[in-house]
Ligand binder design. Sequence first.
Ligand code: AR6
Length: 176
Amino acid sequence: MTQRQFASVTVELVQGDIANQPDLDVIVNAANAELRIGGGVAGAIHRAAGPGLEKECIPLGPIRPGEAVISSGHNLPNAHVIHCLGPVYGRDEPSDQLLASCYRKALELADWNGIARIGFPAISTGVFGYPLADAALVALQTIRDAAPTLETVSLIRFVLFSDADLAVFDRALKEL
Ligand code: AR6
C-alpha cells in the first residue's frame, strides 16, 4: 500500500475489490449512462448492493460523460455510492478533461455530503478503453489539484483490480 498527503487529504493506493471496502463512507461506481447494472465495477457494486440500487438510480439518469450523481449504498457496507460516467476512449472528447471532471465532480459531491472517506476504481480503464497509465496521471493530478479545496474529505483510496494496475498507479503517484 502506498500513501501520499495532498493538503489535508491522504491519498492511498491498494489492490482489491471496490465493492468490498467496508471502512469507506462512499465508493465510486464506473457507471453507464443509464445507471443500470452493467459489468465490471458496476456489476460488482450492483451485485453487492442488491436490486434497490438500480431502482434508486435509474430515475437519476441518464448522465453524460464527466458527470456524477450520488445514491445511498443499500446492502453495501458504505452509506453512499457516487456514480460517474467516464469517457469512452477515442469517442468522448476531450477524454482527459471528461475523465478529470468525473473525479472533480465526485469529490465535490462527497464534500457537499459531509463525507470523509471515499474510494475510487480506475474509471474508464476497462470496457471504455482508456490507457491505464494516462488515466492514472489524470486521476491523480485532478485529486492533487482538488485536495486544497476539500473540507470534509480526508481519505481518498484508489482500489485497483490487479497488482499490475496498482504498480502503474504507484509509478504515476511517484511522478507527480
Ligand atoms: N474492483 C475494482 N476494480 C475493478 C473491479 C472491481 N470489482 N472490476 C473491474 N475493475 P470497468 P469503465 C477495474 O469496465 O471502463 C460497465 O459495464 C477494471 O479492471 O468497470 O469505466 C458499465 O456498465 C478497470 O481497470 O469501467 C459501463 O458500461 C476499471 O476497474 C462500462 O462498463 C474500470 O473498468 C464502464 O467502463
